[in-house]
Structures are given as C-alpha cells and as structure tokens.
Write a protein that binds this ligand. Structure first.
Ligand SMILES: [Zn+2]
Length: 81
C-alpha cells in the first residue's frame, strides 16, 4: 500500500511556467496552483503536457515494455474536529 501514498521526491515542472512565476509577486500563487498538466498514455509510453503553454513537459518511452501501474487510490480520512 505504500506505493499508493504521496511519494514524489522530484517534481516535473514546465520550464515556461517556472519562468512566468519567477516574476509573479503574489505569494498565494505557487507552482502547484499555477501548473495545469494533462497526463496520459501514448503509443510510446506516458506523456505529461502543459495545458497552459500547449507544450510537451515529459514523454516517458516505455521501450515496448509493459510496466506495472497501480490505479487504485487511498482516500485519507481526516478528523474534522
Ligand atoms: Zn507551462
């Protein structure tokens, strides 16, 4: 189940989004809220696409291999008190 928990160590970013945000003065706008990505499978593998700039961010080529992917999700229960 650990693979279903948040485990991102290095973020993939759009360089154009980063560049635009570097001149942003509003502290409430950060890269997480600013970035708009589309992610999906392609004939080669998996692609991350910046919707804001309509450009490729990353295209992972699986090299013809079928990799294991886990699409289950864990919903964390928060104590609202
Ligand atoms: Zn972008």
């Amino acid at each position: 189940m650990d693979n279903l928990k948040y485990s991102i160590e290095n973020h993939i970013v759009c360089n154009k989004c980063v560049e635009e945000l570097s001149s942003e003065s509003n502290p409430e706008i950060n890269l997480k809220s600013y970035s708009k990505f589309e992610v999906g499978f392609t004939s080669a593998g998996l692609q991350i696409w910046c919707i804001r700039h309509n450009i490729n961010i990353c295209h992972v080529n699986f090299g013809g291999k079928k990799l294991f992917a886990d699409f289950r999700c864990l919903e964390l229960k928060y104590n609202k008190n």
